[in-house]
Ligand binder design. Structure first.
Ligand SMILES: Cc1cc2nc3c(=O)[nH]c(=O)nc-3n(C[C@H](O)[C@H](O)[C@H](O)COP(=O)(O)OP(=O)(O)OC[C@H]3O[C@@H](n4cnc5c(N)ncnc54)[C@H](O)[C@@H]3O)c2cc1C
Length: 404
């Protein structure tokens, strides 16, 4: 029986922290775990510790609404997210763990002439990058989502949509567990309940990481703490142009299958999908105040239900099962900050706002490459922190945020 239990364990029991590691990764979310996974898999770097202050996936990785897509507005963004979706397509097989990735298609609704113009622009950029994305008319929207109300008398009439067939949803906790198990099997140490409390910096390098379980020396430190990034980076003397907000979501009780595409409306500040379990998953925009308190609000529930019912009046009697909130780290241009900082051996993955889960595999792969080679991969060069000092923003305004 004990043997069976040992075989079934997701990862090895936690051991004592060593005095030093080649690489210390702060944050056991999807990005930190993906970086750990690709470090051992693609570069044979195994002397790695992932430090997580709570449990694996307790941050935004375990709270997001799991939308994956690559139909972004800029060439830099579209190319980057496209690589991530492609990695996700093979990840279940690679990790030998079913991530339940359903490429059911993604519809961004347009409710005005201006929105149709923006969608047409995005479709052009997407197609130039080889991404399947096109503008469709209300009849095609109706065919793809027959249960949705598509009529001209609605408060926000649907004039068309940006249709992105490869977009879809995935099981977020499976992604986190699969990556953690993969990293552990490759020799990476996972340390839960291990909070980073300080970073020591001298001669332009981070030399040691202080935790609630002791001090560790580190060759390279990766900060993958999403909503907490500014706090950790401050410990290293690195300032980020990021503000942290909460984003909320909720699910209804399970219903019969009604919807098999992801619906997003930036103008209505809502997005809707139906999970494998039948629950309607509803989300909205970030709250307009900065905070680290992950507490839900009644206002969110009222607003999200109002908009969802405009699109799906048949949900009128559906009961909300639960709601939750998570932290989102937003940059001024709605693009992430990736790679090197002014501290020589301290690299970051931050500024993910409401849309970073879809990027986890490509973040892990490119950060691992940066650690292994010391060179910034070309794909992430546009997202360097220094772009804010050189006026080289990568604006994803109107294509990120509520669109996820
Ligand atoms: C409600 C909601 C819906 C979302 N929907 C989508 C979506 O549909 N699609 C999408 O692509 N993105 C979505 N996002 C955004 C996405 O979840 C995040 O951008 C992404 O998960 C961030 O990367 P991560 O998984 O590594 O972060 P996290 O999971 O937040 O990982 C950071 C980890 O760092 C740990 N940490 C913090 N401080 C310390 C410390 N001092 N010491 C040690 N560990 C520390 C935290 O505990 C946490 O586990 C959504 C977010 C929310 C909140």
């Amino acid at each position: 029986m004990r043997e069976l239990f040992r075989k079934r364990r997701m990862w090895r029991p936690q051991r004592e922290l060593k005095d030093s590691y080649d690489v210390v990764i702060i944050g056991g979310g999807s990005h930190g775990l993906a970086a750990a996974y690709y470090l051992q898999k693609e570069h044979g770097i195994r002397d790695v510790a992932v430090l997580e202050k709570r449990y694996i996936g307790s941050g935004a990785a375990g709270r997001n609404t799991t939308i994956l897509r690559s139909n972004y507005k800029t060439v830099e963004g579209a190319r980057f997210y496209d690589q991530s979706v492609k990695l996700y397509e093979g990840l279940s097989q690679e990790l030998d763990f079913n991530l339940l990735f359903s490429q059911c298609g993604h519809l961004t609704l347009a409710h005005s002439d201006r929105a149709m113009f923006v969608m047409a622009n995005r479709a052009e950029v997407n197609r130039l990058c080889g991404i399947d994305s096109r503008v469709i008319d209300p009849d095609e929207v109706r065919r793809l989502a027959p249960a949705m109300r598509v009529d001209r008398s609605a408060t926000y009439p649907i004039m068309g949509a940006l249709y992105h067939p490869p977009g879809g949803i995935i099981r977020h906790d499976a992604v986190v567990w699969g990556l953690a198990r993969g990293a552990d099997r490759g020799g990476v140490e996972l340390h839960q309940n291990t909070e980073v409390t300080g970073l020591e910096r001298s001669n332009g390098r981070v030399t040691a990481v202080n935790t609630n379980r002791g001090r560790i020396k580190a060759g390279v430190v990766l900060c993958c703490t999403a909503g907490w990034s500014t706090l950790i980076c401050e410990m290293a003397g690195v300032e980020l142009p990021i503000s942290t907000y909460i984003l909320q979501a909720c699910v209804t009780e399970a219903l019969k299958p009604l919807l098999d595409v992801v619906i997003v409306s930036s103008q209505m500040h809502t997005y809707i999908s139906q999970t494998d379990r039948g629950e309607f998953l509803l989300g909205s925009e970030i709250e307009p105040w900065t905070t680290y308190r992950m507490q839900g609000t009644l206002n969110f529930l009222q607003e999200v239900c109002r908009h969802a019912l405009e699109l799906f009046p048949q949900l009128e009697r559906a009961r909300i099962l639960r709601s939750w909130a998570g932290l989102c780290d937003l940059t001024p241009d709605y693009s992430p900050i990736l790679g090197k900082t002014e501290a020589e051996n301290f690299h970051i993955s931050a500024g993910w706002g409401t849309y970073g889960f879809k990027a986890a595999p490509i973040v892990g792969k490119t950060l691992a490459q940066l650690v292994a080679t010391g060179e910034t991969p070309e794909l992430i060069a546009p997202f360097a922190l220094e772009r804010f000092y050189g006026d080289r923003l990568v604006s994803e305004l109107a294509a990120a945020a509520v669109s996820h």
